[in-house]
Design a protein around this ligand. Structure first.
Ligand code: NAD
Ligand code: MG
Length: 407
């Protein structure tokens, strides 16, 4: 399998023209951090398009601040609010799923894929088909349809830059080496807010407690995924697709300080780790400037203040989501697709107060079992098939949920 692994040994001359950037999910956590990196160096970047789901007022504000050419909002009913908020700015307003895809397909230097969930798959594929480099935060694209996604990128010669902090760390640690030289890839994780909670306490954890991440500030869905450790499971699947490494060579280590983000253990026994303060602006800046490195503001590492690094094995009994995700990767692309769909349904149900914390992983596992029993266990052959399977996974998960509620 070809991977995104190694950077070229001979790097092109730095260009002085501003890089054109499009931001999908510009109103979210990744979008906000990206805009902050860009705002610090206005001479280095020019924003082509920004998109969001439904918050017209906020999207218009960020479009104006970033001097974007186009703002695309997925929710059609938000068009009037967006158009009136942008009136006189010279920024084009557009609405609907097709408008978000159109924004993604404008050729630019790099598209930041910062939509949450499989909703980001079609727009991110549009960016790949247009030939733009993709800085990928939206890991659900790979969990839903990794083989097809990476296949399309390979076919078009499109570079996928890993933006997720662990994968960005691995990408940096792989620089100049081939994946054949690698023994293991190690993803770190903070362990989330419930790292040292008992199962009984976790069963009663409310969304406010689960959303309080100890080291990162992120959107609600990934914050819950971090609390269940499903996020690490999704990241193992993400790493498999990005780097072309089998599940057995992908380790997860709990590192509560969140300073080492990822490591590559080479066959000669050396381990290369990447470190930085836990701030998404760093991997974002790395992707936006790649293959160069550019100055960026923000916190700097002071190892003497941190004092100590610790490492633990993840507890798969208290955090079964990681085990379930690994099993899904072993079972095949149909299973990771259903895993992602069911997890999106389960996280939304938990945030709405409809299920308990420990039920998230149970619902995901049951949905995969049910999908297999219904004969859905074959690999989707196209993005359209992957999205149809995703809808089916959501339907099964929702029906299992309804049955619970009425039981
Ligand atoms: P978020 O909820 O803060 O933002 C999501 C963005 O996507 C918003 O702009 C929203 O308007 C947009 N969006 C949601 N549904 C949409 C739809 N149907 N169509 C179009 N746009 C839609 O999420 P986030 O925390 O920024 O995470 C975004 C992605 O990045 C996720 O896949 C997450 O796993 C990944 N990621 C996030 C972080 C982080 O620090 N937040 C770190 C690593 C990876
Ligand atoms: Mg991550």
């Amino acid at each position: 399998m070809v991977s995104v692994a190694a950077s070229p040994a001979v790097q092109p001359e730095p260009s002085t023209a501003p890089r054109r950037v499009t931001i999908l999910g510009a109103t979210g956590s990744i979008g906000t951090s990206t805009l902050s990196v860009i705002a610090d160096r206005p001479e280095a970047f020019a924003v082509e398009a920004v998109t969001a789901f439904g918050n017209a007022e906020r999207l218009a504000r960020v479009a104006k601040e970033a001097r974007a050419r186009v703002a695309g909002i997925a929710d059609r009913s938000a068009y009037d609010a967006l158009a009136s908020a942008l009136a006189g700015s010279g920024i084009e307003a557009a609405a609907g799923a097709a408008a978000v895809e159109e924004a993604a397909s404008r050729p630019v230097d790099v598209v930041v894929a910062g939509i949450v969930g499989s909703a980001g798959l079609a727009p991110t594929m549009a960016a790949i088909r247009a030939g733009s480099k993709v800085a990928l935060a939206n890991k659900e694209c790979l969990v839903c349809a990794g083989d097809l996604f990476m296949g399309e990128a390979r076919k078009g010669g499109v570079k996928i830059l890993p933006l997720d902090s662990e994968h960005n760390a691995v990408f940096q640690a792989l620089s100049g080496h081939s994946i054949d030289e690698v023994d293991r890839i190690i993803l770190t994780g903070s362990g989330g807010p419930f790292r040292d909670w008992t199962k009984e306490a976790m069963a009663a954890a409310n969304p406010d407690q689960a959303l309080k991440h100890p080291t990162w500030s992120m959107g609600p869905k990934i914050s819950i995924d971090s609390a269940t450790l499903m996020n690490k499971g999704l990241e193992v699947i993400e790493a498999h697709h990005l780097f072309g490494v089998p599940e057995e060579q992908l380790d997860v280590v709990v590192h509560p300080q969140s300073i080492i983000h990822g490591m590559v253990a080479y066959k000669d026994g050396s381990v290369i780790a990447q470190m930085s303060a836990p701030d998404m602006r760093m991997p974002i800046a790395h992707c936006l400037s790649w293959p160069q490195r550019s100055p960026i503001g923000g916190p700097r590492l002071d190892l003497t203040r941190i004092g100590r690094f610790t490492f633990e094995r993840p507890d798969l009994d208290r955090f079964p989501a990681l085990r379930i995700a690994r099993a899904a990767l072993g079972a095949g692309s149909w299973a990771t697709n259903i895993l992602n769909a069911a997890n999106e349904v389960a996280v939304a149900a938990y945030l709405a107060g409809n299920i308990g914390f420990l039920e998230i992983a149970r619902l995901v596992e049951e949905t995969i079992e049910r999908a297999a029993a219904q004969g859905l266990s074959h690999a989707p052959g196209s993005i359209k098939d992957a999205l149809a399977l995703d809808r089916e996974g959501r339907r099964i998960a929702t029906s299992l949920l309804t049955r619970r509620e009425t039981a």
